[in-house]
Design a protein around this ligand. Structure first.
Ligand SMILES: O=C(O)C(=O)Cc1ccc(O)cc1
Ligand SMILES: [Fe+2]
Length: 407
């Protein structure tokens, strides 16, 4: 495992401010948006389609905390670009958009350094102001749109019709408390990781933040390499993975085969940390029960509440064996680290714990074994779950085997 200190030069003219939104190209945008609302607890916030004058593409925007997803589908027959994308990739992430303070300048920088222009800078306006955007290609058919919204005060983007429909199901379901997009991971074909990392350095002015190689990350059957790329201020983290040769097919290779190219493999959605009332000294099990029952008193909800409520909405998660928790208990008994949560409850919910960082992976969210979502809680820890990789990858491999793809 390597951590890096050299952030490279800071551009004096333009900064990344964070993830703006993630745009999916899917077969049926309305239904996909509805799934993310009922199963994951997002709220529908905006729409563009025939009724709003968008004649070719329909868009449904959903939001939870600061996480915004947009689902798009073509409206007309023979939309070659979108239908080719659909037949190659199935439903997937098309655009990981970044909020920036100067879209034109970042686009100019990227293009001058050899970046692929997908769309030159353009403006969109409505009564709430103006947004400047520009789009540059990244791995596979995936793109990054720079979104400059300093002069915009609307809920999302110009010319999205705000949602007035109140979903009657929503009030019957428990809130899932997802707050931020923590990282967005791109899988690359074999031996393409390094050139993609160099592209992030050169075209997007990102730097290497953290990495692991196949000697550190492997199971009995497979292995992978991963480098986390980040912008200068480390608000945006884009891990890049590639398969490494093992005895059986890597899960990264399985992704690339089913997605048809490099693409977004997973997005990690962050929950709050548990914040305890000062002076509150609970016993080891009452702590978690307190937080679930009275979370609003402590002002926040953590991963236990999120995963409990996501499960109650019918979401399925990876299965982690009891041996993982037995091993964790014995490691913790000789460590200074104290886990605030009740390990029995973490075990019941199949949550993985890398000291100070807790994560959880959902299985694929569409029929192809491509995109999945990770739920993560961090306690002052900016790492990636290196301590969990083996248990995690073995759990992923059991599912891969059930799909007939571990050979
Ligand atoms: O640590 C993290 O954030 C992870 O997401 C772990 C991970 C890394 C690579 C994979 O193919 C699947 C999961
Ligand atoms: Fe992750």
């Amino acid at each position: 495992m390597t951590t890096y200190t050299d952030k490279g030069p800071k551009l004096d003219s333009a900064n990344y401010l964070g993830f703006d939104h993630v745009k999916f190209w899917v077969g049926n945008a309305k239904q996909a948006a509805s799934y993310y609302c009922t199963r994951l607890g997002f709220k529908h916030i905006g729409y563009q389609g025939l009724e709003t004058g968008s004649r070719d593409i329909v868009s449904h925007a959903v939001r939870q905390g600061s996480i915004t997803f947009v689902f798009q589908s073509p409206l007309n027959p023979n939309d070659k670009l979108m239908s080719d994308h659909q037949s190659t990739h199935g439903d997937g992430v098309k655009d990981v958009a970044f909020t920036v303070d100067d879209a034109r300048s970042l686009w100019n920088n990227a293009i001058q350094r050899g970046g692929k222009s997908i769309k030159e800078p353009w403006e969109e306006k409505d009564e709430n102001g103006v947004v400047v955007m520009a789009t540059v290609g990244t791995y596979g058919d995936t793109v990054h749109t720079f979104v400059e919204r300093t002069n915009y005060h609307g809920a999302f983007l110009p010319n999205f019709k705000s949602t007035t429909f109140e979903d009657p199901l929503e009030v019957t379901l428990k809130p899932t408390h997802l707050l931020y997009l923590d990282h967005v991971v791109g899988n690359q074909p074999d031996l393409e990781m390094e050139q993609i990392c160099e592209m992030y350095e050169k075209i997007f002015n990102f730097h290497r933040f953290w990495s692991v190689d196949d000697k550190q990350i492997h199971t009995e059957y497979s292995s992978l390499r991963s480098v986390v790329m980040a912008d200068y201020d480390e608000r945006i983290k884009m891990p890049i993975n590639e398969p490494a040769i093992g005895r059986k097919k890597s899960q990264i290779q399985e992704f690339v085969e089913y997605y048809g190219s490099a693409g977004v493999q997973h997005m990690a959605l962050r929950t709050n940390e548990l914040e305890l009332k000062p002076g509150f000294e609970p016993g080891p099990t009452s702590l978690v029960q307190f937080c679930i029952a009275f979370g609003s008193r402590s002002g926040s909800f953590g991963i236990i509440t999120s995963v409990t409520n996501l499960r109650s909405r019918g979401l399925e998660f990876l299965t982690i064996p009891a041996t993982y928790y037995d091993d964790l208990r014995s490691r913790l008994s000789t460590s200074n680290v104290k886990i605030l949560e009740d390990i029995d409850l973490l075990q019941k919910l199949h949550i993985l714990i890398d000291y100070d960082e807790e994560g959880y992976l959902l299985q694929p969210l569409q029929d192809r074994p491509t995109l999945f979502i990770e739920i993560i809680q961090r306690h002052n820890h900016q790492g990636f779950g290196a301590g969990n990789f083996k248990a995690l990858f073995e759990a992923i491999e059991r599912d891969q085997d059930a799909r007939g793809n571990l050979f």
